[in-house]
Design a protein around this ligand. Structure first.
Ligand SMILES: *[C@@H]1O[C@H](CO)[C@@H](O)[C@H](O)[C@H]1NC(C)=O
Ligand SMILES: *[C@@H]1O[C@H](CO)[C@@H](O)[C@H](O)[C@H]1NC(C)=O
Length: 273
């Protein structure tokens, strides 16, 4: 008899949505919990967001902006405008091996040495391998607008280290230097936003976006990009191209489906030579 009643009871639980709820509420695995407690301490999120104060389990719903999967792995951290002041250590992040989304915008995070934010495991410190996944291999979306980020983080364009990256927002920082032409080449990056840097961010847009074949939206406005406008007719997914306020030249070549802003480029419409 027990065997005959078990199935209907299970069916009722599934129908009521109780079973998915039980699965979704799995406690954080110990590695993720320890990394998150450390992040809570070093970034000041323990104070500003109360992380770890009421509960030591980052997956129990009490950690504002933190989401987990059904196996108790942290998948998303949305902590923009959270009053964070402090440090974010790459070794903590690298323990969150299922992290897909990280938003740290509009905060006061700095590197341990007072310089740059040690964003994520860099190629030199963690060679990607299937037996040792890191946060970087699952990261789909990284947003760090207005956090005074300084040199341009070239490594975010590496498909070997960030194979899943689709969205990269670094607007309103102090990024400087030239974005290398190979950045994001053959990557899955759909959104790239590096608009409005307070220092001199430069490079050749025509060379840069030629290799970024997945681009849907690219925002490069109010910087020091130079050279010819790209021939973007082969970027079939492109919908938004904003390069206002740079030093580009030449004639726009975009499909009619693309929303284009190239205002405030004094040499647009004139030959580049
Ligand atoms: C975080 O800070 C609390 C309170 O200062 C301390 O007890 C705990 O050991 C710290 N945990 C980590 C992982 O740094
Ligand atoms: C973002 O940073 C830019 C450049 O530093 C600054 O002009 C702007 O006011 C900031 N925006 C916000 C909302 O803090």
């Amino acid at each position: 008899m027990a065997g005959r009643t078990a199935i209907p009871v299970l069916a009722v639980l599934v129908v009521l949505g109780v079973l998915p709820w039980i699965i979704a509420a799995a406690p954080a695995n110990p590695g993720d919990a320890a990394a998150m407690q450390s992040i809570a301490n070093t970034t000041g999120a323990a104070k500003s967001l109360g992380w770890g104060v009421k509960s030591a389990d980052p997956c129990d719903g009490a950690w504002a902006g933190v989401s987990c999967d059904g196996a108790g792995c942290v998948t998303s951290i949305r902590a923009s405008r959270a009053g964070l002041v402090g440090w974010l250590h790459a070794p903590d992040l690298s323990k969150l091996t299922f992290l897909a989304e990280l938003d740290l915008g509009f905060n006061g995070l700095i590197g341990q040495t007072g310089g740059d934010l040690p964003l994520l495991p860099a190629p030199s410190t963690s060679a990607p391998s299937t037996s040792a996944p890191t946060a970087s291999s699952t990261l789909r979306s990284f947003s760090a607008n207005n956090i005074s980020l300084s040199p341009f983080p070239d490594y975010l364009g590496s498909t070997a280290v960030f194979p899943a990256l689709e969205s990269l927002s670094l607007a309103g920082n102090a990024l400087h230097g030239a974005i290398p032409a190979v950045f994001g080449s053959n990557s899955n990056i759909k959104l790239l936003d590096v608009g409005g840097q307070s220092s001199i961010l430069t490079g050749r847009i025509d060379q840069l976006i030629a290799g970024m074949t997945s681009l849907v939206e690219v925002r490069l406005d109010h910087n020091s990009f130079f050279g010819p406008l790209p021939d973007a007719t082969n970027l079939v997914n492109l919908r938004v191209f904003d390069a206002a306020g740079n030093n580009l030249c030449g004639v726009p070549k975009f499909a009619s489906t693309v929303s284009v802003d190239v205002s405030a480029n004094p040499r647009i419409g004139k030959p580049c030579g």
